[in-house]
Design a protein around this ligand. Structure first.
Ligand SMILES: Cc1cc2nc3c(=O)[nH]c(=O)nc-3n(C[C@H](O)[C@H](O)[C@H](O)COP(=O)(O)O)c2cc1C
Length: 143
């Protein structure tokens, strides 16, 4: 059984809800998933031991939250080349964060990414729950 780490940067909780549904999708596909907030990742050692990584941040003022930037700097030292990856985030209108995380995972970390990032206005709108679960399943397919 493979293990997937879902890391969430959130202020109001929406990105965490989406992350929980992504984790559900991973589990539906028969794998283990652990959901943490960015503050729980203190050193690169906290990123070790997983087969897949899904990083999420809400967008505020056109940017990802600071906690996710710190996680990305730690990930640079964690050696995740070739590991399965994806990114996601809640947004209001422009939603820059998940795309920027995704590009960093592709261009800097050289991870084995699903085709695109996931951005949702809310996990409770427009089939958001199923979309997030399906995203988790697509991560599991990469492992
Ligand atoms: C002060 C403030 C600034 C925001 N800036 C943006 C923004 O630049 N682009 C965007 O798409 N959404 C923006 N939003 C909307 C949030 O991304 C949205 O509410 C999201 O669901 C929050 O996710 P969270 O619950 O994980 O914190 C902003 C919200 C607030 C309160």
């Amino acid at each position: 059984m493979a293990k997937v780490l879902v890391v969430c940067a959130t202020r109001a909780g929406q990105t965490q809800k989406i992350g929980e549904f992504i984790a559900e999708g991973v589990r539906m596909a028969g794998h283990e998933a652990r959901v943490v907030k960015t503050g729980e990742i203190k050193t690169e050692a906290d990123l070790e031991g997983y087969d897949g990584y899904v990083f999420g941040s809400a967008t505020y003022h056109g940017d990802m939250l600071q906690g996710m930037k710190q996680v990305l700097f730690l990930t640079e030292k964690a050696g995740l080349e070739g590991k399965a990856g994806g990114s996601f985030g809640a947004y209001g209108w422009s939603g820059e964060a998940p795309g920027r995380i995704f590009q960093t995972m592709v261009n800097i970390f050289r991870m084995n990414m699903v085709p695109s990032h996931l951005q949702l206005k809310s996990s409770s709108l427009g089939g958001g729950q199923k979309m997030a679960q399906d995203y988790g399943k697509s991560i599991a397919d990469k492992i």
